[in-house]
Design a binder for this molecule. Structure first.
Ligand SMILES: Cc1ncc(COP(=O)(O)O)c(C=O)c1O
Length: 435
């Protein structure tokens, strides 16, 4: 097992700092009362390969992080704390949990190298892309390029706006394991042909795990005046990513995979220059400046002419998924403490060992050979005449959880997986393939 420096995970179920000190939050004077600042604390040291945060998980080797992560102790505790607060306090619980959303934005900012002011919370990666697509300042006949082989969540939002705003959506060739040239020359040819407003691409392809050549794509987008929207749900939490260093225009992520939280939470990053150009077509009652005043101050505050927030948080226009956000805030703590680069190396070492074993058994891996194009995913073709469905179900019987997007067997470990699992996974495959 690779061990990094152990760190203390201390999840403090405490009221927000403001509420701890006592302050005017959300219209209520909040002071920690006898039960108002209950502490629920998990205190343990955690390291790469350490399963204590998922100790209730039944699988021997859980390789399904590219699908849905198991619930960790941090997430369970945070959700229980929030539910307990709402059970005891009802509406008053918001005074604690609403400011905590800024803590979440800050953690997400730390994760992707952005200022929290440029991040809006949302309910999923697809929702983030859908709202972004609706708010872009389209002109008729603008072009959108999407990659063939993208997850549909990064295609349908563009197809929908194409209908609404008379846009053209075209597909780029699939990213291949060995060769970017076909993809990049096709991209350049389409950009050169003109009127491409936006390129939409996943940072990591969901099925093959191929990491997109983002730097090269950005260079081409800049050269031809197009923008880039990145679906980073298969990267955030396992592949290091810095939106400012890469100069990414738009990026979405989701909670329930590599960020190890729950379904129904996600986020959208927008570069400040790009935010200024957005048209707030998705605005809701919380998109307005001081949109809450009418609920907590005296009469005469109900107005419909309050300006829309100038920052990207105008996208957070309605009541939201508080449980999902609490879970995500808690889930990010161990990931940020361990550090995404360390997690990436750990997962890479696991997949190197696994891939060597797969190749030795004559299986065909679709993992790229260049390190720069690898991610947390290793997929392989099921050997004829076996199908991915058969293999995944046989693996499950042996306590190994894999997934099977569009016909490949996908193996996706995260920081709790230990390298000592690899021989067990290979031994299980020997039994299955020997049958
Ligand atoms: C690349 C990619 N984008 C989007 C999604 C969908 O995420 P959500 O349902 O959170 O929008 C997935 C889910 O597997 C995915 O792999």
């Amino acid at each position: 097992m690779i061990r990094s420096k152990p760190w203390a995970l201390v999840y403090r179920g405490q009221a927000h700092v403001a509420a701890r000190r006592g302050s005017f939050v959300f219209g209520f004077w909040m002071r920690p009362g006898p039960r108002g600042c209950k502490k629920c604390t998990v205190s343990l040291s955690i390291a790469l390969g350490d399963k204590r945060l998922i100790s209730r998980l039944e699988a021997q080797a859980y390789l399904g992080y590219a699908a849905i992560a198991p619930v960790t102790e941090c997430v369970s505790l945070a959700v229980r704390e929030l539910l307990d607060d709402y059970a005891r306090l009802g509406n008053l619980a918001l005074a604690k949990w609403l400011p905590r959303r800024e803590v979440l934005r800050q953690r997400l900012g730390q994760l992707i190298g952005a200022d929290s002011a440029h991040i809006a919370l949302c309910t999923s990666a697809t929702r983030g892309l859908t709202d972004l697509a609706l708010c872009l300042p389209w002109r008729p006949d603008d072009g959108v390029l999407v990659g063939d082989g993208e997850f549909p969540g990064n295609v349908s939002p563009w197809q929908n706006v194409a209908q609404l705003f008379a846009l053209r959506v075209d597909f780029l060739p699939k990213l291949r394991t060995r060769d970017d040239d076909e993809f990049l020359s096709a991209l350049e040819a389409r950009l050169r042909a003109g009127r491409v407003r936006l390129v939409a691409l996943s940072a990591v392809q969901f099925q093959t795990g191929i990491r997109a050549p983002i730097e090269a794509v950005i260079r081409l987008c800049r050269a031809y005046g197009a923008e880039l929207a990145v679906d980073a749900i298969q990267a955030c939490g396992v592949v290091p990513l810095d939106v400012v260093a890469l100069d990414i225009d738009y990026l979405v992520g989701g909670a329930h995979k590599w960020l190890m939280a729950l379904e129904g939470a996600g986020f959208l990053y927008v570069k400040p220059e790009c935010t200024r150009k957005l048209v707030p077509r998705t605005a809701g009652w919380l998109s307005h400046e001081e949109g809450l005043r009418f609920l907590f101050e005296g009469p005469g505050m109900l107005r419909y002419d309050r300006p829309i927030k100038s920052g990207i948080q105008f996208m957070e226009g309605t009541s939201a998924n508080g449980v999902g956000y609490a879970a995500l805030e808690a889930a990010l703590e161990p990931i940020l403490r361990l550090g995404v680069p360390a997690i990436f190396s750990h997962v890479g070492a696991y997949l190197d060992a696994l891939e060597a074993g797969l190749l030795a058994r004559g299986l065909t891996s679709v993992r790229p050979s260049q390190a720069s194009r690898r991610s947390g995913i290793l997929s392989f073709q099921p050997p004829m005449p076996r199908t991915a469905a058969e293999l995944v179900s046989a693996l499950r019987e042996q306590g190994i959880i894999a997934t099977m997007p569009d016909g490949v067997v996908r193996l996706a470990p995260h920081f709790p997986n230990g390298l000592d699992e690899v021989p067990c996974v290979l031994a299980a495959l020997d039994i299955i393939l020997g049958d």
